[in-house]
Design a binder for this molecule. Structure first.
Ligand code: GDP
Length: 297
């Protein structure tokens, strides 16, 4: 097991107290521990560097040297800065503030939890917010994908667009929006196809769907356990498609939260939702505080 950052800093400052006065190099030693802990939490290196520099500046500015409990003070500075970089204490939710039917496009790699998250969002909007929701799978490459969403819809008590064989993703998206308009739906969630890796064909397909539907939210679904790969994926999707939010899945797993920090720092896209299990109700708004505590340990 990893030693937690809180324990490490206590160790560092425990030694320092015995030594007496705190010097510049003592603060540097504490920052080395912060740096190591972030790297162990799988935070991307450039993000770690910026983070440590910012925390060091804050620590020095607040005069840790003369603080009675320098360890606690540094831990608080690190914690507060983590929360800030992760998006602050106000949890953002999905933005549905547009004329209905509001299109939401879900993107992400295969296996990230995209279809499950689509179902969870639909379930929440339907049963908690009393919205009329239509889901449509645009995955025409995996034959079982459209069927999977249909089954999920039945479990969730949410309508899915009837499957018509042979249609391409843009055709399906257009049909979903038309059906939603005609049948008075509030929200249409489009579950785009995933791939094992990002490729040009996938990006072109998603771009075409985006042009056709002008989604109000473009949500990347990313697996928190994939660490730095999640960051690369987020950056590529954001550069090419333009994301409005990230849903982090498998937060119930034993990941250390580094992916969340890196994705936010690298893309600037807000983390809006987190998945905490396989069940339909295992979805919450993103809590920066909780992820910060997990990184701190
Ligand atoms: P997709 O290929 O991206 O559409 O992935 P799926 O939605 O089919 O999910 C892949 C697997 O991950 C399924 O077994 C889901 O039940 C599981 N899964 C999705 N989200 C979560 C989550 O937040 N926590 C856990 N533990 N499992 C999840």
């Amino acid at each position: 097991m990893f030693e937690s950052l809180s324990d490490r800093l206590s160790d560092v400052f425990g030694r320092l107290t015995k030594k007496g006065a705190l010097t510049d190099s003592d603060v540097s030693e504490a920052m080395r521990e912060v740096r190591l802990a972030l790297l162990e939490a799988d935070v991307a290196l450039p993000v770690v560097k910026d983070f440590v520099a910012a925390v060091k500046e804050k620590a020095i500015g607040q005069d840790v040297v003369r603080s009675v409990t320098p360890g606690q003070m540094v831990i608080k500075i690190v914690h507060d800065h983590l929360v800030e970089v992760l998006g602050g204490t106000d949890s953002p939710d999905l933005d549905l503030n547009a004329a209905p039917p509001v299109p939401i496009m879900m993107v992400g790699l295969q296996g990230s939890g995209k279809t499950t998250t689509t179902g969870k969002i639909a379930y929440r909007l339907t049963h908690r917010d009393k919205k009329k929701v239509l889901m449509a799978s645009l995955d025409t490459r995996r034959p079982a994908a459209q069927e999977q969403l249909k089954v999920l819809g039945e479990q969730a008590g949410v309508a899915t667009l009837p499957i018509i064989a042979g249609q391409n993703p843009v055709d399906i998206a257009r049909r979903a929006l038309t059906a939603a308009r005609l049948q008075g739906y509030d929200v249409v969630i489009l579950d785009t196809a995933g791939r094992l890796h990002i490729d040009e064909a996938l990006m072109q397909e998603i771009e075409a769907v985006k042009r056709e539907t002008n989604p109000h939210e473009v949500m990347l679904v990313a697996d928190s356990l994939t660490g730095q790969d999640a960051v690369t994926v987020a950056k590529q999707f954001h550069d090419r498609i333009g994301l409005t939010g990230i849903a982090l899945t498998r937060v119930d797993g034993d990941g250390r939260g580094g992916a969340a920090l890196s994705m936010r720092a690298v893309t600037g896209v807000p983390l809006k939702l987190m998945g905490l299990g396989e069940k339909l109700d295992a979805l919450e708004v993103f809590h920066a505080d909780r992820i910060a505590n997990r990184i701190l340990g």
